[in-house]
Design a protein around this ligand. Structure first.
Ligand SMILES: [Zn+2]
Length: 300
């Protein structure tokens, strides 16, 4: 099947409406105690509280009561990939994990950094390295991220989108469950595993997750999902919706947020999108620059 994607800007609010924000989400009482993914109703498997978005993203108060411990455990591998992908930059922000600010360790360059309660950033190293440069009033730090699996970063985002869906909508995505649950599962989906991504947003310390649903007849997927964590903003189009089978894939429209528009050195506009359908572990070289001012004006 031929698939042609047209990224559209400035149309997203005409085509989609807010389905639910994570901050407003509550598991429906009739869905509690039945696992949305494996179907178990064994109450012994609902002993821990499943975070809707990972706790390390700063989510302290949104939980799913329809996700069993086993499935939650499976998803933690995907969360780990998201963490490895973004932990370096976001360690510069006051985002608490379970108890304290997480320590970020770069084993390759041999240093660690950690945000402290007095609003300072502690950088520790035993050897001199080229990972840190101080010039004038700016500090530049680079890091090689921990290895992550692109498909698992994507699965982590799709799982958060699924968590926000009521059963009546999630039922349309049932064919995606085996893909989601299988750690090595790679498929050719209806909607390509495209992730829109911008690592340079104005940072926030509490994550925002928003599920969008199409409100008009349009040749775009029925759902879209936006997630903002620290410096990062992501948008994906959850695959496997049976209703999306009716779309014209030769002319598929993906309405995206303006945050993903890029401009290169020649002034040409583009869209920062990534095909995440890869299972090999990769690392990426990340850089951050911030000013040495009292108001902690962080720029990257
Ligand atoms: Zn389960």
């Amino acid at each position: 099947m031929e698939i042609n994607i047209h990224y559209e800007i400035d149309t997203i609010s005409d085509i989609y409406e807010d389905y639910v924000y994570m901050s407003k989400y509550e598991t429906k009482s009739e869905e509690k105690g039945t696992c949305k993914y494996c179907g178990t109703t064994d109450l012994n498997k609902f002993k821990s509280k499943a975070h809707l978005a990972p706790e390390f993203t700063g989510n302290k108060d949104s939980f799913c009561y329809n996700e069993c411990d086993d499935c939650n455990n499976t998803f933690s591998a995907y969360e780990y990939s998201l963490k490895s992908f973004g932990a370096f930059k976001n360690s510069h922000l006051p985002i608490k994990g379970k108890k304290k600010f997480p320590k970020y360790v770069d084993g390759y360059h041999g240093y660690s950094l950690q945000f402290k309660d007095d609003n300072s950033l502690m950088i520790s190293t035993k050897k001199e390295g080229d990972f840190l440069k101080v010039s004038d009033d700016k500090v530049k730090i680079k890091s090689l991220t921990m290895p992550f699996v692109p498909l698992n970063v994507y699965k982590c985002l799709v799982k958060i989108a699924f968590s926000l869906m009521e059963d009546k909508d999630f039922n349309k995505f049932k064919s995606g469950i085996s893909w989601l649950m299988g750690k090595k599962e790679k498929t050719t989906p209806l909607i390509p595993h495209i992730m829109l991504y911008n690592p340079n947003q104005k940072p926030i310390s509490k994550p925002i997750a928003l599920l969008l649903k199409r409100k008009i007849d349009y040749n775009a997927p029925e759902f879209s999902f936006v997630f903002i964590w620290g410096f990062y903003i992501f948008q994906v189009f959850p695959p496997f919706n049976v209703l999306d089978k009716n779309l014209d894939f030769a002319n598929l429209k993906l309405p995206i947020m303006n945050e993903f528009i890029t401009k290169n050195e020649e002034g040409k506009f583009g869209v920062s999108h990534y095909d995440m359908n890869h299972l090999e572990r990769i690392q990426s070289l990340e850089k951050i620059t911030f000013g040495l001012k009292k108001d902690r004006n962080i720029k990257s």
